[in-house]
Write a protein that binds this ligand. Structure first.
Ligand code: BES
Ligand code: MN
Ligand code: ZN
Length: 506
């Protein structure tokens, strides 16, 4: 997947020096809301520009430093950079590492738009007056810059020429630079996992097939990979997954990736499975979707894309644990051998499911994947899935839904989400939801009432979880955006990647 997007070309580095002396097309400085006379690095630039920022930008033009606001001014040769980009940090009390990331994404977008910015230099936002650890600040800058620079233009015959080649963080203190370097390294890894996932979910469904996902998994460095073919999936007794796969001419693939920490002698490591929903296209099956609902259903493998993105960077992150990445990949199509409403499927754990609606396919594939994961003897299982429209109705694109059987695991994931700039909101798994999944002829149906649909899907999944701590993350509303939000443009976001990486590293 390397080499698809523009952010790959962008080099981020750190230089120990004075901002005013380093040549660049654009120099980025910042201002907290309400500040009239800038201090620190911005103050030094203001002085070098004979008060142009304080007297003109703030004074005459009324630049107020509100979060994300920007102002560009030429430097007329007074410093080495051609132009200064002043960015608003917002109120000091609202400032956070997450804001540095979001701001950095906005800055790089602005620089790309300016067209003239091949080389950008920047202050280390927040590290001065903000009081942040330079490592944290630099990590957020690197993450935000690379997330913000991302664009998916593989299929555009005319690529946008307006790229930024070089982004350099400049600081006068040598120790800050050392720390910043470590931060940049981490930020790059995380952004690369996210952009890897975004590339896959943005891909056309004709490209990102189950076979392709398996090939990509097999190409991952330092990861052991097992790919089960249809006959082997049958032998394993995955009747629920196979039921979904039947309607498509694309063969299903059951993908099992394994990462193991090599650093320590002690065998007692955390064992975690992460399962990604891998429906490479969701037409709805025989209960076919109307056109408007089918439009973005290439994104129905975003959970799988997130898992692949995460697995792709474990060799660099080296978390001290054993991580199993699991994807039951197939398409949900209404071909002539498609599964039908009324069919009874038997999952790997022997439980029977009456198909009530062929469009509730994700939970069927996840059912078998959950059984498989639990049989591995792991301690924790996290599944991530574009599972329900009901979750989109409940939370929109602002937050992913989270449920599970172990409150501390859920709490920890929510904490990791917040720290990574993602939002997760817990939905309840009340007893009352169980009733609607009752079947007259099988152990359960695959759908129940439309009301509380996200939670009912969670309750359904719980039938396939055995003796492990389990959390289910519904990213139906967050994995793919119809309009820009925070640091993201339209399209795939890599939802869940940052949260789960933080979780593995915690
Ligand atoms: N892939 C969809 C869920 C979805 C909806 C993802 C919107 C992203 C955006 C899932 O397979 C689905 O079709 N769910 C149905 C379930 C219903 C039939 C119980 C839904 O939510 O409508
Ligand atoms: Mn569906
Ligand atoms: Zn689906």
């Amino acid at each position: 997947m390397k080499g698809l997007n523009m952010s790959d070309k962008l080099e981020i580095s750190v230089v120990n020096g004075r901002l005013e002396e380093i040549s660049a097309n654009v120099l980025v400085v910042n201002l907290f809301e309400g500040v009239k006379i800038p201090a620190g690095a911005t103050g030094a630039i203001d002085n070098a520009l004979d008060g142009l920022i304080s007297k003109f930008v703030i004074g005459k033009e009324g630049f107020d430093g509100k979060f994300g606001k920007m102002y560009v001014l030429p430097t007329y040769g007074k410093i080495a950079a051609d132009k200064v980009l002043v960015v608003g940090l917002g109120k000091n009390k609202d400032f956070s590492p997450n804001r540095i990331r979001e701001l950095s994404a906005k800055v790089i977008k602005k620089c790309k738009k300016m067209g003239c910015a091949k080389k950008v230099i920047s202050v280390l936002h927040g590290a001065g007056i903000g009081g942040y650890d330079p490592e944290v600040s630099a990590r957020m800058i690197a993450e935000g810059t690379l997330i913000g620079a991302y664009s998916f233009d593989k299929y555009k015959t005319e690529k946008s020429p307006k790229s930024v080649d070089e982004f350099v963080i400049v600081d006068m203190v040598e120790d800050n630079c050392k720390k910043a370097k470590a931060g940049i390294k981490k930020g790059k890894i995380i952004a690369s996992a996210m952009n890897f996932a975004r590339d896959l979910s943005n891909e056309q469904p004709a490209y990102a097939t189950p076979t392709k996902l398996a090939e990509i998994a097999q190409g991952l460095k330092d990861i052991e990979v097992l790919v089960y073919e249809k006959e082997e999936i049958e032998e394993m007794g995955m009747g629920a997954f196979l039921g979904v796969a039947k309607g498509s001419s694309e063969p299903p693939k059951f993908i099992h990736m394994k990462y193991k920490y090599k650093g320590s002698q002690k065998p007692a490591q955390r064992k975690i499975a992460i399962i990604g929903k891998g429906i490479c296209f969701d037409s709805g099956g025989l209960d076919i979707k109307p056109p408007s609902s089918m439009l973005n259903m290439k994104d129905d493998m975003s959970g799988a894309a997130a898992v692949l993105g995460i697995m792709s960077v474990l060799k660099d992150l080296k978390p001290n644990c054993e991580v199993h990445g699991i994807i039951a990949a197939c398409e949900n199509m209404p071909g002539c051998s498609a599964y039908k409403p009324g069919d009874v499927l038997t999952a790997k754990n022997g439980k029977t499911i009456e198909v009530d609606n062929t469009d509730a396919e994700g939970r069927l594939t996840l059912a078998d994947a959950l059984c498989y994961a639990c049989d591995l003897g792991v301690d924790e299982v996290i599944d991530i899935a574009t599972l329900t429209g009901a979750c989109v109705v409940a939370l929109g694109s602002a937050a992913s839904g989270i449920m599970g059987n172990h409150q501390p695991t859920i709490d920890k994931l929510i904490k990791c989400a917040n720290a990574g700039g993602e939002k997760m909101w817990q939905l309840p798994m009340f007893e009352e939801y169980k009733e609607s999944l009752q079947s007259d002829i099988a152990d359960m149906k695959n759908t129940g009432s439309r009301m509380g649909g996200a939670q009912i899907a969670g309750i359904f999944l719980e039938n396939f979880v055995k003796k492990v701590h389990w959390a289910h993350i519904d990213v139906a509303g967050t994995a793919f955006l119809d309009k820009p939000q925070n640091e993201f443009p339209k399209g795939a976001t890599g939802a869940g990647v940052r949260t789960i990486i933080n979780y593995l590293m915690a």
